[in-house]
Design a protein around this ligand. Structure first.
Ligand SMILES: NC(=O)c1ccc[n+]([C@@H]2O[C@H](COP(=O)([O-])OP(=O)(O)OC[C@H]3O[C@@H](n4cnc5c(N)ncnc54)[C@H](O)[C@@H]3O)[C@@H](O)[C@H]2O)c1
Length: 331
């Protein structure tokens, strides 16, 4: 009786009433769905394998470095260290450098050095933690220089001591410079890159953004955050219906660079994990950006070692960490 009712109802109404399939139709639908899913999985598998081989190929034969000639490259923290050295290298390659730092004197020195080597550079003072100041800066740069096509979020600070000795102000300052400033600058300069589907966003993270290190709890948190924000932003643009494939992302994770930022480094095996000069580190930064690498560590091997260690139980990689016995002593 029930089946009779179902048949009558089904024949009198439209598509919606056809939903309870007959047994034969149901089987055909299930087979069709299973075949479609299998095809999708096979396609995905082939794509993943081909992409993996392509990535392996690029490890052996790196991509050609791109030209940065004529690009308008804004770098924060150009008054010192890696910011200055990176600015000088990009200027040598024909980039128009927009030097941004809170320190007018040292920033001017960088501009002078660039001009001495016949490069093009503009100087702007800004506390990059101040979102309103960043908005005003963006407007000024647009008027006086043009649309920024490459943004290097480099300025950073590093309080170094046990967590319980950090004051609230210090922790907030670290997040403001190392994380919030990245967001303000990206919000200010990404729209023009999106309009042209052309640009590059570079972020200074750190090996302290890849593994936790003593005396650097808030700093590590900020540098992990930088990697998170870059990955999320990269995904956001990749998954957009519009084409933003012309906007590239690079995350830099240096270990210890001799700029004065790391006051008391401790390295047990200097031949394996030597402290780099800002010049050496900046050579790696410029190279990674020009080859559109998504993420590098300096030295490069550290990210690979970390990936392998993460596959092991935590206690196993802790043994390796104890053996290497390297990091920063409290200031
Ligand atoms: N030095 C290292 O060993 C090391 C290692 C890993 C990551 N990093 C990261 O690399 C980046 C550069 O480091 P560095 O050692 O060259 O730094 P640095 O201390 O030599 O220079 C930092 C520059 O940023 C500027 N700055 C600081 N706060 C600012 C603000 N609020 N607004 C504008 N400018 C500001 C400073 O005036 C200075 O010129 C940082 O993000 C740092 O965390 C450094």
């Amino acid at each position: 009786m029930a089946s009779e009712l179902r048949t009558e109802k089904g024949s009198s109404n439209g598509l919606a009433d056809k939903a309870p399939w007959t047994d034969e139709q149901g089987i055909v639908m299930k087979v069709y769905q299973a075949m479609t899913l299998t095809l999708e999985i096979v396609t995905l598998y082939i794509k993943m394998v081909l992409t993996w081989f392509h990535a392996m190929y690029l490890l052996v034969v790196p991509p050609e470095p791109k030209s940065v000639n004529g690009e308008i490259i804004l770098i924060t923290g150009t008054g010192h260290g890696m910011g200055r050295e990176t600015a000088m290298r990009f200027a040598k390659l024909g980039g128009v450098i927009v030097c941004v730092d809170i320190n007018q004197k040292t920033n001017q020195e960088t501009v002078d050095l660039i001009k001495e080597q016949k490069g093009k550079a503009y100087r702007f003072e800004c506390d990059v933690t101040d979102s309103e100041a960043v908005k005003a800066l963006a407007e000024k740069i647009r008027r006086e220089v043009g649309d920024v096509t490459m943004l290097v979020n480099n300025a950073g600070i590093m309080p170094c001591k046990p967590l319980l000795q950090h004051g609230e102000g210090e922790i907030r300052a670290a997040f403001n410079v190392n994380v919030m400033a990245h967001l303000w600058l990206i919000q200010a300069f990404l729209p023009s890159m999106m309009e042209r589907n052309h640009g590059h966003i570079v972020a200074m993270s750190s090996m302290a953004g890849v593994l936790g290190l003593r005396n650097l709890v808030p700093y590590c948190a900020t540098k992990f955050a930088v990697r998170g924000l870059m990955e999320a932003l990269h995904e956001e643009l990749r998954e957009d219906t519009r084409d933003f494939s012309g906007i590239k992302f690079t995350v830099i994770c240096p270990y210890i660079v001799d700029t004065g930022l790391c006051k008391n480094p401790k390295i047990k095996f200097p031949s394996m994990m030597k402290i780099l000069t800002p010049e050496e580190a900046s050579d790696c930064i410029v190279d990674a950006v020009r080859r559109n690498y998504y993420e590098i560590s300096i030295p490069t091997s550290l990210l690979y070692v970390n990936t392998i260690c993460r596959l092991m139980p935590r206690s196993v990689s802790s043994h390796l960490k104890d053996f290497l016995d390297s990091g920063l002593e409290a200031q």
